[in-house]
Design a protein around this ligand. Structure first.
Ligand code: DAT
Ligand code: MG
Length: 151
């Protein structure tokens, strides 16, 4: 089984609304391993690089303003299948379409305030973690409960 990494980020609305603990908790309880965590004020150039695939979209300037409007919480999570599983825990891009039980389905009402980001592929997981974290900020550790999560 391939161990993957994904970049998860509580967006500025999630931080302002006091949802940081709730959001971290969902990934923690699922059983993935946290390998990086920080509060961070995102500069404009980093936001533009992170969302470079959306540069041509009409909403791009608003998206950059939103992501840089206040602190975000950056996370790196690791595990087998973590990329797709995290996307499921997060729910659809439009929170009104997101299923109840998902983070966006439970905690948000609009695409432009959808509280959390998650990488969409293992390749982007690696790319985004390298973009948002220094190498020294990623910690390799063995959770004591590992044998109770996986046989
Ligand atoms: P996701 O965050 O679910 O991976 P995405 O990568 O397609 O979605 O888009 C990145 C972010 O851009 C998304 O979380 C919110 C914003 N966005 C996407 N589509 C939008 C739209 N049609 N109008 C406004 N904002 C949009
Ligand atoms: Mg995306």
């Amino acid at each position: 089984e391939q161990i993957e990494q994904t970049y998860i980020m509580v967006k500025p609305d999630g931080v302002q609304r006091g949802l940081v603990g709730e959001i971290i908790s969902r990934f923690e309880k699922k059983g993935f391993k946290l390998t990086g965590l920080k509060l961070f004020q995102c500069p404009k150039d980093l936001a533009e690089e992170h969302y470079k695939d959306l540069k041509a979209k009409s909403f791009f300037p608003k998206l950059i303003d939103y992501i840089t409007s206040g602190p975000v919480v950056c996370m790196a999570w690791e595990g087998t299948g973590v990329v797709a599983s995290a996307r499921k825990l997060i729910g659809s891009t439009d929170p009104l379409q997101a299923e109840p039980g998902t983070i966006r389905g439970d905690l948000a009402v609009q695409t432009g305030r959808n509280v959390v980001h998650g990488s969409d592929s293992p390749e982007n997981g690696k790319r985004e973690i390298a973009l948002w974290f220094e190498e020294s900020e990623i910690v390799q550790w063995t959770p004591a409960l590992a044998s109770w999560l996986r046989e």
